[in-house]
Write a protein that binds this ligand. Structure first.
Ligand SMILES: [Zn+2]
Length: 572
């Protein structure tokens, strides 16, 4: 491909809206452009990388016997009513009506369609197990899109579904997908770690997420260097201290002016934060007002809270008006005297005697508050975040917290969907059984961005050879002065083009910078665009014996003869 003909432009300066290196570099190097919030166009370079990532995933899915199909983006809403997710999922599911006034949705994922196909096609145990996958556009109306391709609203995902006779079959399919994922991320040049995770809107019994460590990540991972324990903070349950036994003391109100945070309160009273109770206020998607109480030295874990409440439609922070309307005072709040609220108390608070809690009066707190004596919780559950240095639940060593980006996930769904859809098979025993499903996702764009996060330097992108849009970037210098430069450059371009066409491997093509730009501009672009090798043809290189070959990752340079370069381009 000639750079002079490529639909492409590079930016000299960093786009102001881009915070993450991948976002900045993919914009600057002309791989993508933003159309709207969380909506991007892939330009030719970005499209080629994405197709290569797709092909790696396809090969590994095919290798484990997963069969490629294509399911639609637009679904009749009735299908989602059948699974209950039409009601359960909030505004991130886009709902609309077609011309005949029928309710429709834009698919976020395809469990419903697979369950519908299974009930249509599967009759006998002889048809199972089967695994299906497709690459398809998803739309999720996320409230916050960010980081370029990291969190978007429209994206292409590989989603795969395993369909088995029983739990043992699901275990085997889950293991096969797990192994395929390990190989996929290895081939993509991503150092993915696997953590236990919440099942979220998918439902089911077990989930793992494949994560890459990244300071911009939205997830917090709880990791143990001692035994390899690794869980998403959303679900990690770790060791908590045992408070020493104390007699319950009489509750008393004390003036605590200007202490709306736990830190200021503890400092004002001269006590540790573990002697205080922290109140957090939420509204659930199903309309309940929730007061969550954790000890002052912990934070509320919203995933655990949602799961404890079995709340559909998620949680949002309550407003000041909503808190006051129920008899409580923000900054000085506690469940004592609260009305029309669901009070959820962390189990450690229940075990901790004589805490300082809000008096629901501005500038006042209550000393010696005891759960059960002074207020009655509706629910006692484990609802706190694991903290840096907390003891590992497996081996007891101090845990560390790191930020991560999810690059793939795998879920054991069980038979939730197939029971609802009546997707059964007739077993060897002559009895109808529900099919047991698993669900396995990988977002393409997010993986492209994560590859750039892991493979770049101050000059630009450094693609691993496994996903590079072109195998080399050819820079011709002095073409106007020396016809031999043009002749050699054209020949290499043609050799690579023919090799790609013959082998049906588009990645064997090279990007040929034939523009009449200065050498400085050409090299800057070559380093920014990030092909694994930069080939320089100039009167000087020809005089030195051929082509100067620069390894983009290491910067190592060598001179190869034209014949040697040709042979290496054909080999790929
Ligand atoms: Zn451990």
């Amino acid at each position: 491909m000639r750079l002079s003909e490529l639909f492409f432009t590079s930016l000299r300066d960093d786009p102001s809206e881009a915070e993450m290196p991948s976002h900045r570099l993919l914009l600057r190097a002309g791989y993508l452009r933003q159309l709207g919030a969380g909506i991007y166009s892939l330009l030719p370079l970005g499209f080629r990388v994405t197709k290569r990532v797709e092909q790696v995933i396809r090969e590994e899915m095919d290798r484990i016997g997963c069969q490629e199909i294509e399911m639609p983006v637009v679904h009749p809403a009735d299908l989602w009513r059948e699974s209950g997710r039409y009601q359960k999922i909030g505004p991130e599911l886009v709902r609309f009506k077609d011309r005949a006034d029928r309710d429709m949705v834009l698919a976020m994922t395809h469990e419903e369609v697979v369950a519908d196909l299974l009930r249509d096609i599967v009759r006998s145990y002889r048809q199972l197990p089967v695994m299906l996958y497709h690459f398809q556009t998803k739309f999720r109306d996320e409230p916050r899109s960010r980081g370029g391709l990291i969190r978007v609203r429209e994206f292409v995902m590989k989603d795969a579904y395993s369909c088995d006779r029983d739990e043992a079959g699901l275990d085997a399919s889950y293991q096969a997908q797990y192994g395929a994922y390990v190989r996929i991320f290895e081939r993509l040049g991503l150092d993915a770690i696997v953590v236990g995770a919440d099942v979220g809107i998918m439902g089911g019994s077990k989930a793992h997420e494949f994560m890459v460590l990244n300071d911009f990540g939205e997830d917090t991972l709880v990791l143990c260097d001692g035994c390899g324990y690794a869980e998403n903070q959303q679900i990690a349950v770790v060791g908590k201290p045992s408070p020493s036994a104390e007699d319950q003391l009489p509750m008393e109100e004390i003036a605590t002016p200007g202490t709306t945070t736990i830190a200021t309160l503890a400092r004002f009273l001269g006590v540790g934060e573990e002697r205080t109770a922290k109140a957090a206020f939420f509204m659930t998607g199903d309309g309940r007002f929730v007061v969550a109480i954790v000890r002052g030295d912990y934070d509320v874990n919203e995933t655990k809270l949602v799961n404890a409440l079995k709340a559909t439609g998620g949680l949002r922070p309550a407003t000041v008006e909503e808190i006051k309307a129920r008899g409580m005072e923000p900054g000085y709040g506690s469940p004592i005297g609260a009305r029309d609220s669901v009070v959820v108390v962390d189990e450690l608070v229940e075990r901790s005697p004589n805490l300082v809690a809000g008096a629901n009066r501005e500038g006042f707190h209550l000393r010696n508050v005891n759960v059960g004596r002074d207020f009655t919780p509706d629910l006692i559950a484990e609802i706190t975040n694991a903290r840096e240095g907390d003891p590992c639940p497996t081996c007891g060593l101090p845990l560390r917290l790191r930020r991560g980006i999810e690059v793939g996930n795998i879920f054991k769904l069980g038979s939730d969907y197939t029971r609802k859809f009546g997707a059964t098979y007739l077993g060897e025993d002559g009895v109808a059984h529900p099919i047991v499903m698993g669900s396995y996702g990988i977002g393409l764009g997010r993986n492209v961005a994560c590859i750039v996060e892991a493979h770049h330097d101050e000059k630009g992108i450094v693609w691993p050879a496994s996903v590079a849009p072109y195998q080399a970037h050819l820079v011709a210098i002095g073409a106007d002065r020396d016809p031999a430069v043009v002749e050699v450059a054209e020949r290499l371009h043609e050799v690579a083009f023919n090799a790609a066409a013959e082998a049906h491997r588009p990645e064997l093509e090279i990007l040929y910078d034939d523009r009449s730009e200065s050498p400085g501009v050409k090299f800057t672009d070559a380093e920014l665009l990030g092909m694994p090798r930069i080939l320089t043809v100039s009167p000087r290189s020809l005089a030195a014996g051929g082509i100067e070959v620069t390894d983009r990752a290491t910067g190592a340079r060598s001179t190869m003869s034209v014949d040697e370069v040709e042979a290496s381009l054909i080999a790929g």
